[in-house]
Design a protein around this ligand. Structure first.
Ligand code: ADP
Ligand code: MG
Length: 683
């Protein structure tokens, strides 16, 4: 292997290394380790020190020891279950090497009579003699053994010896890479270069030293790379020039005046930001982030009215038909005769659909509501200028990029999401977009009162429900997901349904994932129209649906849910002006963590605070909707442990955007951290 001074060495295929053939390469590939660089993050978890050499007379029973001896005598009993033995000696005594399961020929080869060898393993004592059973290392070259041997979480099929050999080889050939960190920052990490940091990272004395300068530096590099990519994508999107939209907010102002509520300050501020984007020459690529019930829809509809006023069509896409219809109904209410709107529903008769598609084509329809069906090939917009996408927190960077291309360069894009993101992750997940945040809840909103009750008090709950039904209220009754199994999942809901229907005849409906889509939509609609009082469901009550008359949500086995999920569920109620309740039912003995979760939930309704707390309790991988968000798993950086580094990186990005003409200095960083592909994709 050539000694490589350049970072390219790190991007080489694994077979570039001595001792790595196709077989080892394929085993590692299965673990997503494709390049030498990827191997750097496989860290030792412990080590055995084999540097200390002892004489036989000095041996200590039970310790890993290395000795230099001469092979003296074989004893191959050739009887089943009896081990092969090799007696060795030095000038102070004798020791037996004992082999279970090793063949005679092999033993003769590694331990030839009268040969000087180095042996390492755990020393035992049997009858009158020291022995080492199945020695860990035997070699004629003592240098090979007398060192520190690192232990890794091994990939199946690759031995520790091979692993150590590979990693040592890499560390020996690690290139010195031109520094990408700014002097001031580098100083924070005690001026350790990337190369020095990697070497320290693999130093056995540093195992689990997460708070040391080298570890922090490397974690920071990783965060910086991720943020920098987002920042680049954002800049590239901003370079796309569009025709600015010209409007005087005639209709939107009229509509605002006629609303039966006042917009909150955050709603006004967000609307302003969106309006500015619409009227600018840069393409809008904005996220409107706001907790459940914060009133995002009206903001998007008002912006849509402005886009229409400037001569464009608007498409408003929701994840489900019922949600699309809910938005459409709100649209009908506020736009009245001001703006022609329509809905493209898959359930509508073919002739009706054809008619809608035609009206889109002739520019008769100005605002069109629907699901992803809005982007079928057969639909040709006459003059699409604004796309609103609701509740698509599951879209990753690449999908969003595809979206931003949709509708051509004059088309502005607004995404809306009610999934609060922990502060440390906003940049990693949405750094490619501009973000508007609605934190304030509408004024008339009652706080949802949150209670926890042991399940054996169910009778009290039933009485409470009876009373609330008499007061014309409605109730969601959520049954938990049991062990990820959809079938059992239904059963728990069905069982509850059967119990409740006896108590409240004709007043209970049920939905779960086993019920087909159309039936489900119908049940939801009936519930909305107060045909039933209680809706039993699994967790599928859809995001975003507004049931203003439902004021109680009862969640069984609430400890099975994460905090963010409980918060989302709680957000189903408290949307009208009635006093609302969230009742968490538990089995009586709660874990410490479950108790913590209830207390957090009782103490705040701020989704962002809850998301942060959730991440701290559970680690960031498990947070609702998170796995699908397309975010890369960090190798070292941890959004909980390294909050300070995330904030530091955010500041550094702002500085780079302001001070540096280009990002040439960071090319190597981006190449190494394997994200440069996305950047190239964008242009
Ligand atoms: P989300 O942000 O979760 O999508 P919605 O847009 O569905 O929330 O709004 C929830 C409810 O609040 C709707 O019934 C909506 O009409 C109402 N609403 C929106 N803004 C206000 C406001 N400023 N004051 C009172 N009610 C509002
Ligand atoms: Mg919504």
């Amino acid at each position: 292997m050539k000694n490589s001074k350049n970072y390219q060495f790190l991007l080489n295929d694994l077979t570039y290394l001595k001792g790595v053939g196709n077989k080892t390469r394929d085993l590692l590939k299965k673990k997503q380790i494709n390049t030498i660089f990827d191997l750097l993050w496989r860290l030792p978890r412990s080590y055995t020190d084999r540097t200390q050499k002892k004489k036989i007379s000095e041996l200590q029973i039970g310790t890993e020891t290395t000795i230099n001896v001469i092979v003296k005598k074989y004893n191959f009993p050739r009887i089943r279950n009896l081990p092969n033995k090799v007696t060795c000696e030095d000038d102070t005594g004798q020791i037996d090497c004992v082999f279970f399961n090793s063949k005679e020929g092999y033993i003769r080869k590694i331990l030839p009579i009268n040969q000087k060898v180095t042996i390492s393993g755990k020393v035992k004592y049997f009858k009158t003699k020291y022995q080492i059973i199945n020695p860990s290392y035997i070699s004629e070259d003592s240098n090979f053994i007398q060192k520190i041997h690192l232990k890794y979480n091994l990939t199946e099929g690759i031995s520790e010896k091979v692993y150590n050999k590979i990693i040592n080889q890499i560390l020996l050939n690690l290139p010195e890479i031109p520094e990408w960190l700014d002097d001031k920052l580098l100083n924070k990490f005690d001026n350790l270069s990337w190369r020095q940091s990697i070497i320290l990272l693999h130093d056995p004395n540093n195992i689990k030293n997460f708070n040391k300068n080298f570890y922090q530096r490397l974690a920071f590099d990783e965060i910086l790379a991720s943020f920098l990519i987002s920042s680049e994508i954002r800049k590239k999107i901003k370079k796309i020039k569009k025709k600015n939209k010209i409007f005087k907010e005639l209709n939107s102002k009229k509509i605002i005046k006629n609303l039966d509520f006042n917009l909150t300050n955050d709603q006004k501020e967000s609307l302003n930001q969106i309006n500015q984007d619409l009227s600018s020459k840069e393409k809008m690529f904005r996220l409107l982030q706001g907790d459940v019930g914060s009133g995002k829809t009206i903001v998007s509809l008002l912006a849509a009215a402005n886009a229409v006023e400037s001569g464009y069509q608007v498409a408003i896409m929701a994840p489900t038909e019922i949600l699309a219809n809910q938005h459409y109904q709100l649209g009908k209410k506020i736009f009245k005769r001001l703006i022609d709107i329509d809905i493209l529903s898959s359930k509508a008769p073919v002739s009706k659909k054809k008619n809608v598609i035609e009206k889109i084509q002739n520019n008769k329809t100005k605002i069109i509501f629907g699901t992803h069906a809005l982007f079928q090939k057969k639909i040709n917009y006459n003059n699409l200028g604004f796309i609103v996408i609701d509740e698509q927190h599951k879209f990753g960077v690449k999908q969003r990029k595809a979206l931003s291309d949709k509708g051509g360069k004059n088309c502005d894009i607004l995404l809306m999401s009610a999934t609060p993101i922990p502060r440390t992750l906003i940049m990693s997940i949405y750094g490619d977009m501009d973000v508007s945040i609605i934190k304030e809840k509408p004024l008339n909103r009652k706080e949802v009162l949150t209670y926890s009750k042991p399940i054996n008090k169910i009778n009290e709950i039933i009485k409470f429900v009876e009373k609330e039904i008499k007061n014309d209220n409605q109730i969601f009754w959520v049954c938990p997901l049991i062990e990820e199994s959809k079938k059992i999942d239904h059963e728990s809901a069905v069982k509850k349904y059967k119990e409740l229907i006896k108590l409240f005849p004709n007043n209970v409906a049920i939905i779960h994932s086993g019920i087909d889509k159309e039936e489900k939509q119908k049940i939801l609609k009936d519930f909305l129209n107060k045909k039933y009082r209680i809706l039993v469901s699994t967790t599928i009550i859809e995001v975003g649906i507004d049931f203003p008359n439902a004021n109680i949500i009862i969640i069984e086995n609430a400890n099975k849910f994460g905090l963010s999920q409980l918060h989302q569920l709680r957000g189903r109620v408290g949307r009208g002006n009635k006093k609302s309740y969230c009742i968490l039912l538990f089995k009586s003995n709660l874990s410490v963590n479950a108790r913590k979760r209830i207390n957090i939930l009782k103490s705040t309704t701020d989704g962002f605070k809850i998301a942060d707390a959730d991440m701290k309790l559970r680690g960031f991988g498990d947070i609702l909707g998170f796995k699908q968000s397309g975010i890369k798993n960090f190798k070292l950086a941890d959004p909980v442990q390294n909050e300070d580094l995330f904030i530091l990186a955010e500041k550094e990005i702002a500085r780079i955007e302001k001070d540096e003409k280009n990002i040439d200095k960071y090319r190597t960083l981006l190449k190494l951290y394997d994200q440069v592909d996305i950047i190239n994709d964008i242009s």
